[in-house]
Design a protein around this ligand. Structure first.
Ligand code: SF4
Ligand code: SF4
Length: 382
């Protein structure tokens, strides 16, 4: 019996469990808050006794409907998110009592103006840089506004104790995720990048964080034990790939599939679908609002100018995960990440001496052939 395969099989079978969890919570009178971005301070929402649920945004299925209101040359993530909203096809959106968004990129913040016609929205004004004390002060005010909105909306008091409790809970999950994630540092890695995504998605769409942390630690333990006993599921000659750039989920997982079919292996995801959120814990010894504000503002997103945090983190990850090649995934019409590809290429090739390629794609499957040719040539070169 292969214990690791069994784990992944169970995760695949339970992939829709999150919807049932949220439905039951809703029936039991809990409030649901839909979120899109890793800037959303999860702990503040959870401290309002509400469930923060990541909303669907990674499928092509709702894009044509969205294009009736939004321009075609807009990032697919924005169109997909909006499409799920207007077609009511995302159960998490349907269950949501409030949606929280942030003013990250232009397309997203303008889309929220339309989303507000369907659901109550709270938009946090995100500073456009994160390296000045004024940015932190502004962001802290936004965190407080969110807290006040939630208190009013759900008629509840968010106490310091409740915030501390949620910080602890979520930090435990971050530590467990980081522990799992770091399996990718082993040479050869014990699991494939597709399997890493499976576990990350499980954590993202399951809301009992205490039990998720336990499951993550257990999964990590089993994989480590099998590895220590000599099990090698991934060939040692596969080039080790790090993915950076736009969030990569749902339809864009086609890229991971191609990389691994072409004999590479994804060992690390630097982007928002990966380790970026777990990079920093929330300081449990500080005032909770201060600590939450500091942690979330640290995210290295291309919406920030300058975005030095992305470069610093990328540099650490390339070394720690012994990366042979970096693939920068850009969603079509994402100007901020697209503009950053020049700096990324300069840094990865010039300073880290590691191979780099950028790929522009969308949620359709029509570019699979072209992607295969480019990725295969890249991996062959490594
Ligand atoms: S890439 Fe930026 S805007 Fe998108 S989810 Fe990450 S932090 Fe949010
Ligand atoms: S991928 Fe780029 S354009 Fe799309 S929502 Fe994220 S930052 Fe905005």
């Amino acid at each position: 019996m292969d214990r690791i395969n069994d784990i992944f099989e169970t995760l695949r079978e339970n992939s829709k469990q999150g919807i049932i969890e949220v439905k039951e919570a809703k029936e039991n009178g809990m409030n649901i808050v839909g979120t899109y971005c890793v800037y959303t301070p999860w702990e503040v929402i959870a401290a309002a006794n509400a469930i923060p649920a990541t909303l669907c945004s990674t499928s092509e299925a709702t894009i044509s409907e969205a294009e009736k209101h939004l321009p075609r040359n807009l990032c697919p993530l924005i169109k997909s998110s909006y499409g799920f909203g207007i077609t009511d096809k995302c159960p998490y959106f349907s269950f949501s009592d409030l949606i929280v968004g942030e003013t990250t990129c232009d397309g997203k913040k303008k889309m929220y103006e339309y989303l507000e016609r369907i659901k109550p929205m709270h938009v946090m004004q995100l500073p456009q840089s994160n390296n000045r004390k004024e940015d932190l002060e502004m962001w802290k005010r936004e965190v407080v506004y969110l807290k006040e909105r939630l208190e009013k909306e759900f008629d509840i008091e968010i106490t310091t104790e409740k915030l501390r409790e949620q910080i602890k809970l979520r930090n435990e999950e971050r530590k467990a995720l980081k522990g799992f994630y770091e399996l990718g540092k082993l040479v050869p890695p014990p699991i494939y990048g597709e399997e890493i995504q499976l576990v990350l998605n499980h954590a993202k769409f399951h809301f009992d964080k205490k039990s998720v942390s336990g499951q993550l630690r257990e999964i990590t333990e089993v994989i480590k034990e099998e590895y220590d006993q000599g099990q090698r599921r991934v060939e040692s000659n596969r080039p080790r790939i790090l993915i950076t750039g736009c969030p990569i989920g749902g339809a864009v997982e086609k890229i991971i599939k191609i990389i691994e079919e072409e004999n590479g292996v994804v060992v690390c995801y630097e982007n928002c679908s990966g380790i970026k959120e777990q990079k920093q814990l929330i300081d449990e010894n500080k005032d909770p609002i201060d600590a939450i504000s500091e942690k979330y503002l640290d995210v290295g997103c291309s919406a920030m100018s300058p975005n030095d945090h992305r470069i610093e983190f990328l540099s650490e990850l390339i070394d720690e995960y012994k990366v042979d090649g970096v693939i920068d995934v850009i969603l079509q019409a994402c100007h901020t990440y697209n503009v950053e590809t020049f700096r990324m290429k300069e840094f990865v090739k010039g300073e880290k001496n590691v191979h780099y390629m950028s790929i522009e794609t969308d949620y359709s499957q029509s570019d699979i052939g072209q992607l295969k040719t480019r990725i295969s040539a890249f991996i062959e070169m490594l």
